[in-house]
Design a protein around this ligand. Structure first.
Ligand SMILES: N[C@@H](CCC(=O)N[C@@H](CS)C(=O)NCC(=O)O)C(=O)O
Length: 76
């Protein structure tokens, strides 16, 4: 799975902690700081905020709280 994120973002850090706690392997994709340059994030999720998770089956989940709930229900 892939996590689109910014290292200094507390919402992204929360998701990284959850992924690490569960023991899931994931690729971190660092996105540009300027929102207008986050075309990949927009293409995937229809908005430009991170974190955005793309699961192995292609499921796309945005918003840290939704991602944490998704991970807990699917893997936790
Ligand atoms: N409610 C969102 C907030 C995420 C958020 O604000 N992320 C910031 C980075 S720390 C961002 O990408 N903001 C850009 C935007 O809102 O367009 C979550 O919990 O994931």
């Amino acid at each position: 799975m892939k996590l689109y994120q910014i290292p200094s973002c507390p919402y992204c850090q929360r998701v990284c902690r959850k992924l690490d706690d569960i023991g899931l392997e994931y690729e971190e994709v660092e996105v540009p700081l300027p929102h207008e340059e986050r075309d990949e994030v927009y293409r995937l999720s229809g908005q430009r905020a991170v974190p955005v998770l793309v699961d192995e089956d292609g499921e796309v989940v945005s918003d840290s709280s939704r991602i944490v709930r998704y991970l807990e229900s699917k893997y936790g």
